[in-house]
Write a protein that binds this ligand. Structure first.
Ligand SMILES: *[C@@H]1O[C@H](CO)[C@@H](O)[C@H](O)[C@H]1NC(C)=O
Length: 446
């Protein structure tokens, strides 16, 4: 039921390009949610699959010996409804809208308790929820974990077991007190139903109110580059209940999944409403409805995930977007005299948040955070605008008698004479002085 609803919402919500862009301008900048599994068969793996190296038998549980039905698994080649219907590779769990949906599933090898399924995404994505639909009984115990660093480290999202204290004694809680509590959920592991049972994991428990979904502590909880599902304990209750001796009891215990849906969206820090293929990875051309990973950044941001300001836009610090404030990156003002700038937190504080941008390598003899001043030995031509590349003209001062060998006032061009020197160009000794020399800090002697 849940799955069907999800499928319907994804089918009937086509990407409306223009509307998304406009949505971004009005502050709400949320990329479309879709099934991250779509188009990612090559990025999906399972630690155990029945019949990968050749045909393997398995049976379906029956309460009487005569009811036992056995079948063969052959996953040496991919599934094909006509020529290879017994292939049960992991890519079968990706939702398709083909009529043979119920013929197609993934299955693990018989009797292996610890099996993991892993989805490796090409970049960081935002996770919304996971729905697993089993063909077999649901696992007696399992957990879902995710990585945010391409698989180097992992954190558990949630544990699942009907008997949490038996299977996960180290996990104290079954109900979360705060949004980041890791709990063991006992709702999705019962023996009923024996087929088409679901396991559902929502990234954020709806009982918690979230003010800004782009706040760092929320993002920390819902972003991932990899998702891993560890099945840790097969459901084997049937045997203990019946207490019968069977010829080959192992061959009816395995995990089998019809569907795995990972709902999520690209992760753009609140600065994009649309995403495109990341480095051309994934099955881009054949899969409509695929959720791509590279954000089309708005608000003067850049990067895969709009995680920084774009070049020349460092006058304000980068911040994630929010619904009440889009936190647009402001352009640096360099009056056209620099091609790059950087953010300087100290300057931002000193100016009380007015300007934090510092222009790099000002041209045209200019200096200052915004290239707003003429550099040493030049001054601003009063006839020219500050943007004019030739607005800084050289001082016309004597190297012998002016400060530092030729300084003038950057505004007026007035030469700055040494103490005992005078004249428009500082080229003569004051009355009662003699011997103008460049080495003399006073210029002339008394
Ligand atoms: C999940 O399984 C993998 C091996 O497939 C293992 O390395 C990892 O530690 C398991 N995770 C947990 C939380 O037990």
């Amino acid at each position: 039921m849940v799955l069907i609803l999800l499928l319907m919402t994804s089918l009937f919500r086509p990407v409306r390009l223009q509307a998304s862009e406009e949505g971004c301008l009005s502050g709400l900048c949320n990329p479309q949610i879709g099934d991250l599994m779509m188009g990612r068969a090559a990025q999906l793996s399972a630690s155990s699959t029945c019949g990968l190296d050749g045909p393997q038998n398995y049976c379906i549980i029956g309460y009487l010996e005569e009811e036992k039905k056995c079948f063969s698994c052959d996953s040496t080649r991919p599934f094909d409804a006509q020529s290879n219907p017994n292939s049960h590779r992991i890519e079968n769990v990706i939702t398709t809208f083909e009529p043979e949906r119920k013929m197609k599933w993934w299955q693990s090898e018989n009797g292996v308790h610890e099996v993991s399924i892993r989805l490796d995404l090409e970049t960081i994505f935002q996770f919304s929820h996971l729905v697993l639909t089993f063909k077999s009984f649901r696992p007696a115990a399992m957990l879902v974990e995710r990585s945010q660093d391409s698989g180097r480290s992992w954190k558990v999202f949630r544990y699942f077991s009907e008997d949490c204290s038996l299977h996960f004694p180290q996990v104290p809680k079954q109900i979360a007190d705060s949004i980041d509590d890791v709990v063991c959920d006992s709702r999705y592991s019962g023996s009923e139903p024996s087929t088409e049972g679901e396991v559902v994991l929502k990234a954020l428990d709806p009982i918690f109110q979230i003010e800004n979904p782009y706040a760092p502590h929320i993002q920390e909880l819902i972003t991932m580059t990899n998702l891993r599902i560890n099945f840790t304990r097969l459901f084997t209750l049937g045997d203990t209940l019946l207490g019968r001796k069977r010829r080959n009891p192992q061959n009816k215990y395995y995990y089998a999944l019809y569907d795995m849906v990972v709902r999520g969206s690209c992760f753009c820090n609140g600065h994009a409403a649309l995403c495109t293929p990341a480095n051309g990875r994934g099955d881009v051309f054949t899969t409509p409805g695929m959720v791509h990973g590279q954000c089309v950044c708005q608000h003067n941001t850049a990067g895969f995930n709009c995680e920084r300001c774009k070049d020349m836009h460092y006058d304000s610090p980068w911040r994630p977007g929010g619904e009440d404030n889009p936190n647009i990156c402001r352009r640096c003002n360099c009056y056209g005299h620099a091609d790059s700038c950087h953010f300087d937190a100290a300057r931002f504080d000193e100016t009380r948040g007015v300007s934090g941008g510092v222009c790099d390598n000002c041209r045209n003899n200019r200096e200052g955070a915004q290239c707003e001043r003429c550099g040493a030995f030049t001054f601003q031509d009063p006839q020219r605008a500050i943007e004019d590349p030739s607005a800084c003209i050289p001082c016309e001062c004597s190297p012998l008698g002016s400060e530092s060998g030729g300084l003038c006032d950057v505004q007026t061009g007035q030469c700055l004479c040494k103490e005992n020197v005078e004249g428009q160009r500082c080229d003569r000794c004051k009355p009662g002085h003699f011997g103008l020399r460049p080495e003399d800090p006073l210029g002339c002697q008394q």
